[in-house]
Design a protein. Structure first.
Length: 281
């Protein structure tokens, strides 16, 4: 079996030289850095990111390409979480054949990623995907049911409190909004951020900004990056763009850009990185 039958994995992604294909459309005149910080909790330089590098196509074609790359998306996401499954082992598991020599928890994580990725495909296909909390909660409920406390709910919406702390290694920790109020503050943050995201005209910029938003706010106890990535891809696919996977081979770069997002409240370098991870033609 050749790699092509597994879909696109990390070995098929290559770091590209920086390029500016076209100037992105200007952000809405009221979307200042201060507005972004107030509404989203971070800002970015739109002109520094080559948004037009993402080709536009018909939604069915984007979905077909996503379906063909499903195993690669699942493997990359699992590998970034430290899951030891290889790409061919992921493909085998997705075909319904159990792979020996792995912990049950690792198998469950891969299958959960596959289920949530397939659900995203179906939501976009039938036109019911929306970048709303209800959809995010459904996706999260499938992404991390075996890892996250009270999967499918924001922190604080159940009986558990706390969470929201991100370990940044030598840079210390990042603490997001607490949930002692049963998650009310998190819901307010989400709605305020969503309203701002809806003002971003360029779908690619809006999608990537959503990923940064969901990741930095830590709405869930666990699985925030995985859920935010799928929501980002839902926006991309719905607007006729390829879904983006973060290659495991570029994990160090990814983590470095995440630290910048958390520490400096600036998403520019992370956004540039994400666009650079777009699938090859």
């Amino acid at each position: 079996m050749t790699e092509g039958s597994w879909g696109i994995g990390s070995s098929r992604y290559k770091k590209r030289p920086s390029q500016r294909l076209a100037e992105p459309p200007p952000s809405p005149p009221n979307a200042t850095s201060a507005d972004r910080l107030a509404d989203l909790g971070f800002t970015w330089d739109s002109s520094a990111v080559p948004w037009r590098a993402m080709p536009t196509m018909e939604v069915p074609r984007a979905l077909a390409r996503f379906q063909n790359q499903l195993a690669g998306h699942v493997w990359d996401a699992a590998a970034l979480e430290g899951n030891p499954y290889t790409l061919p082992e992921v493909q085998t598991l997705l075909e319904g054949v159990t792979v020996g020599g792995h912990r049950l928890d690792d198998e469950k994580q891969v299958l959960a990623l596959a289920d949530s990725t397939r659900m995203l495909h179906d939501l976009v296909q039938d036109g019911t995907f929306k970048p709303h909390k209800s959809v995010s909660d459904r996706i999260h409920g499938l992404v991390a049911p075996h890892e996250a406390i009270e999967a499918g709910h924001f922190r604080g919406e159940g009986s558990v409190r706390g969470g929201g702390t991100v370990n940044l290694g030598e840079y210390g920790t990042f603490k997001s909004t607490g949930c002692e109020d049963s998650g009310e503050a998190l819901r307010v943050e989400y709605e305020l951020g969503l309203a701002h995201l809806e003002t971003i005209e360029d779908a690619t910029e809006r999608a990537v900004a959503y990923f940064c938003f969901g990741t930095r706010h830590q709405f869930y106890f666990d699985g925030n990056k995985r859920t935010s990535r799928l929501m980002m891809n839902g926006i991309l696919l719905s607007s006729g763009h390829d879904a983006i996977s973060i290659p495991f081979s570029r994990r160090l770069e990814f983590n470095q850009h995440l630290i910048t997002l958390f520490l400096d409240a600036n998403a520019t370098s992370l956004m540039e990185f994400i666009i650079d991870c777009r699938p090859e033609d």
